[in-house]
Design a protein around this ligand. Structure first.
Ligand code: NDP
Length: 511
């Protein structure tokens, strides 16, 4: 009989293991699980409005047909607010506003003046960081310690970084003249709403472009709070426009003949549709799509350090990360102690209220995503892999899924091939470096990979042969605004971050 792995059935199961995890305390028979007192972050800093409008030409406006859609808190299933649902006419209006702002003002503003606005935005994001972190956690389900320590600081860092380039484009592209492309159409996903906005908007503005951005329908609120930051920074009207709405609105935006640049982050499936829709036009395009990263652990790696990296690689942000290390490739000689250590570590993870500062794994972003994870985990069990889930209590309401680990996984299993986008790790094994490379590259994706070994020469040899845009060595999921990020194969093309990210928003001409 197939074990029931739905979130409903995994609630409130007491600890039933025959020995307590080593990390709980002193040793067999003496271990006492740590009890954490609740440490909830206050919601008071966020003043939620009942209704949010679109942000077009520097003003908050309602949709032309007056329609709204709700956005809910995935940890409680309660409605947070109603959000204006843009129509195609609204999107066209936003594109016209962006075009006017680009031609009349922003595109011809000296770089040092554009930089002042970007620095101002960065400073405001830092000043309002707690408000952004709490709102992001409420709207997306991610743990507050991640939105507070990763998403918001990195978003501000992107504005600082690209502000620095705005008046130095001639040094970024020596001997060439860097011209803005015009209006950028940007469509972003729900897993890192504010951070993806900053990856897109900061380089676009630094190079003299204006933008129309569509946030994901399940996480529009941080983008709309960012609209408030634009007003506070006195950004000229039309430079940034934000149009929440359904998928068709995203397609209408990227297909418009009046946009010169398209930037998309999301599923490979939608990336292909957008690629088709822009084919045959002269629009510049970057696509950041899915992944199925291999995290490769050699027998000489520091195992305890690797365990932390593996956990961070797949359970960070509930595994809803395009570059998540969802396939663990362990060298055969160490797979047993490694899996034992991982199980111990999983048993210490705190799953629950995303606003609690102790929470490691928060809520899954939507019911639809929870169903997708559940379906793939059931497929893993049905195909014969061995499932392990630590016994931990899950809240009664909201969309939660236990951290999950599969052993005895074959490369043909769906859980080894498909992007699950959830807290689910598949463990595979290898004997030689050649076998590790072959298995790691045996995927249509090519976004990221990890290598764990004490030998620098082995790291360099592996990095050369791995078909992935980013390879981390003895760490995982590290991000920095100065470092380019992007994929190969079905993970998309183009780079965001660093000078490469700037390059995607300029047209280079001879002097
Ligand atoms: P999507 O790719 O559908 O959504 C990403 C963004 O694209 C959202 O703003 C969405 O709008 C918009 N969109 C959806 N369809 C279209 C379209 N036809 N034309 C233009 N824009 C569109 O991801 P999902 O939210 O549906 O997630 C499905 C799967 O995709 C996940 O399970 C995961 O595997 C993967 N994914 C990968 C991400 C990554 O970073 N690589 C991020 C998110 C998901 P709306 O929200 O209104 O639908």
């Amino acid at each position: 009989m197939m074990p029931d792995v739905t979130s409903e059935s995994t609630k409130l199961r007491p600890w039933t293991g025959d020995r307590a995890p080593a990390s709980w305390g002193l040793g067999d028979g003496q271990a006492i699980p740590w009890e954490y007192a609740p440490a909830p972050e206050s919601r008071e800093i966020v003043r939620l409005k009942e209704r949010y409008g679109l942000f077009i030409d520097g003003r908050e406006v309602q949709a032309s047909d007056g329609a709204v859609f709700p956005t809910v808190n995935p940890a409680t299933e309660d409605k947070l607010a109603d959000v204006a649902r843009a129509t195609p006419a609204d999107v066209d209006r936003a594109i016209r506003a962006a075009g006017r702002a680009q031609k009349r003002r922003w595109g011809s503003l000296p770089g040092r003046e554009r930089a002042k606005y970007l620095f101002r935005i960065a400073r405001l994001l830092q000043e309002r960081s707690r408000e952004f972190a709490v709102l992001e956690t409420m709207d997306s389900g991610k743990p507050i310690k991640e939105s507070r320590d990763v998403d918001v600081p990195l978003a501000a860092a992107h504005f600082w970084y690209y502000a620095g380039w705005a008046d130095k484009l001639e040094y970024a592209f020596p001997g060439r003249v860097a011209r803005p492309l015009g209006v950028a159409a940007q469509v972003i996903p729900w897993n890192f709403p504010l951070l993806m906005l900053s990856w897109k908007i900061a380089p676009a503005l630094a190079a003299g472009n204006t933008v129309v951005l569509k946030p994901a329908s399940t996480t529009p609120l941080s983008a709309l709070l960012f609209a408030d930051v634009c007003r506070q920074a006195d950004l000229p009207p039309g430079v940034v426009n934000i149009v929440p709405g359904p998928a068709q609105i995203g397609m209408h935006l990227v297909s418009s003949p009046s946009v010169q640049k398209v930037a998309f982050t999301g599923s490979t499936e939608v990336g292909k549709l957008i690629h088709k829709a822009t084919a045959g036009t002269d629009k510049a395009i970057t696509l950041e799509l899915g992944g199925k990263a291999a995290n490769i652990v050699f027998e000489d790696a520091a195992l305890d350090q690797a365990v932390e990296g593996i956990v961070n690689g797949i359970y960070f942000n509930q595994g809803e990360v395009c570059c998540a290390g969802s396939r663990l490739l362990a060298q055969e000689s160490i797979v047993e102690p490694l899996v034992e250590k991982l199980k111990d570590r999983l048993a210490t993870m705190r799953v629950g209220d995303p606003l609690d500062k102790n929470t490691d794994v928060g809520a899954i972003n939507s019911r639809q995503q929870l169903e997708k994870i559940t379906e793939l985990v059931e497929a893993g069990v049905a195909e014969g892999a061995d499932i392990y889930q630590p016994p931990c209590d899950l809240p009664d309401r909201g969309w939660f899924f236990r951290p999950t680990l599969f052993t005895n996984v074959a490369q043909s299993h769906r859980i080894a091939k498909e992007e699950i986008f959830g807290p689910v790790l598949s463990v595979l094994t290898f004997r030689t470096p050649d076998e590790a490379i072959e298995k790691a590259n045996n995927t249509p994706y090519g976004l990221s990979a990890g290598v764990w070994t004490e030998k620098g020469s082995r790291i360099l040899a592996m990095v050369r042969r791995l078909k992935a845009g980013v390879v981390w060595a003895n760490t995982f999921n590290r991000f920095d605004p100065t470092s380019p990020f992007g994929g190969y194969k079905e993970s998309g093309f183009g780079r965001e971050g660093g000078m490469h990210g700037l390059h995607a928003y300029v047209r280079l001409e001879d002097r």
